[in-house]
Design a protein around this ligand. Structure first.
Ligand code: G3I
Length: 373
């Protein structure tokens, strides 16, 4: 059994590409269940630990056992999005979302709702049906129907997802999404006000990606995001939280610091809570093909990111976008298939065999070092 000091020294060395066998990198405190679980360590600091879940995996005992043991917050990876939940203009498909909400209730877990308004995963009927005249009704009917069904059961809703796209060139940096084209910028206020009316208890969240690292692109998008949040709050739009998706990458020299701190401080100064909503570490750019070394580099990114992101007590929850590498969306994206077709991604706390990866211990360690909320 190695000491914690030895473990941290070894993992630091591993971060320089020195390969470690998984055994020697095993966390000394190998108990990962009960008081060793992510949710237990998060709870001690007043935080929630969660992950995204695909309804298909709820039929698998091995999956649900780890899920219930480790997390106290879940979010549907796809089941509550516009397309999957309203596949036809006049009919909804709630089975998958209902199954996740029921599972969460059985296991006394909280649920995040994701999401009402996005430019992706709109249903096939939308493009041929929505017009400037009926888009508002389509949107409000959708939100009222879905939010009312889960009223009182949702800890927070991602009401609007990814509305900023600086490269679209608008002065307000809004993405030229179907919603903007059809309704103009007021689609945001309409969505949040409708969600508040449908479920007054849910924390209404604005969720965004590409606002985490110290690059110029992320800095520009952070500034635009904060400006949007300020405009919404100044207009009296009901908004309670900022979701920072936290899709980060290893092997690209990404660093985290002043910009991320200022974003979180800015959200806090607007009276918002902050959730890290979709954390995972894309490892395609890691040159080292030694799995153990790659795992340590991914774990190092968890440590680097969370050591900054969790400093501010306004941050109340950390969710990874998936629980196990077996189900990560990252293996399905074009860039992965082009760059690393033969090396499955290892971005999450549990590997494809549901064993805790070094990222699990890095995440748990970061929770332990977070100021108590
Ligand atoms: O369900 C259908 C299935 O019936 C069909 O046979 C299959 C093949 O076409 O597609 C299935 O739908 C796929 C869906 O995931 C469920 O697996 C969609 O094609 C696929 O596009 C969709 O990808 C999701 C992606 O959002 C959509 O953009 C990913 O699973 C999901 O992880 C990802 O999540 C997003 C967040 O919602 C927002 N933040 C970024 C994050 C990553 O893109």
């Amino acid at each position: 059994m190695i000491t914690r000091r030895e473990y941290l020294k070894q993992t630091a060395l591993a971060g320089c590409g020195l390969a470690l066998t998984r055994a020697t990198a095993a966390e000394p405190n190998a108990q990962i269940e009960g008081r060793g679980s992510l949710k237990a360590h998060a709870h001690k600091r007043g935080l929630l630990a969660g992950c995204a879940v695909s309804a298909a995996n709820l039929h698998e005992d091995a999956f649900t056992r780890v899920l219930a043991e480790q997390y106290d917050l879940v979010v549907a990876e796809n089941a509550m999005k516009f397309g999957p939940i309203q596949p036809k203009p006049d009919s909804y498909f709630f089975d998958d979302a209902d199954a996740l909400v029921a599972f969460a209730e059985r296991h006394k877990m909280k649920v995040r709702g994701h999401n009402f308004v996005w430019h992706e995963q709109l249903p096939a009927w939308f493009a041929g049906t929505a017009t400037k005249e009926n888009a508002r009704k389509i949107l409000t009917d959708h939100i009222m129907t879905v939010a009312s069904r889960y009223k009182g059961k949702i800890q927070s809703w991602d009401v609007v997802n990814e509305a900023i796209n600086v490269s679209d060139g608008r002065s307000d940096s809004l993405r030229k999404s179907p919603w903007l084209e059809l309704m103009g910028p007021e689609y945001l206020a309409v969505a949040y006000r409708t969600a508040r009316q449908a479920d007054p208890k849910a924390k209404l969240t604005y969720n965004e990606y590409g606002i985490e690292n110290e690059s110029e692109d992320d800095a520009r998008k952070r500034a635009a995001t904060l400006e949007l949040l300020k405009r919404l709050k100044a207009a009296g739009v009901p908004l309670d939280a900022l979701g920072i998706q936290s899709h980060i990458s290893a092997g690209k020299g990404q660093t985290f610091g002043k910009g991320l701190r200022e974003l979180i401080d800015g959200a806090q100064s607007l009276g918002l809570e902050v959730y890290l909503t979709e954390l995972d570490v894309n490892d395609d750019a890691v040159e080292n093909n030694d799995i153990a070394a790659c795992d340590q580099i991914v774990a190092g990114m968890y440590r680097d990111y969370l050591s900054v992101a969790l400093e501010n007590k306004a941050v109340k929850a950390v969710l990874t976008w998936g629980m196990t590498d077996a189900h990560t969306w990252l293996n399905g994206i074009k860039s992965h298939k082009e760059k690393q077709p033969n090396r499955p991604q290892r971005p999450l706390p549990f590997d494809a065999e549901y064993k805790p990866a070094p990222a699990f211990f890095a995440l748990r360690d970061a929770l332990d070092h977070a100021p108590r909320r």
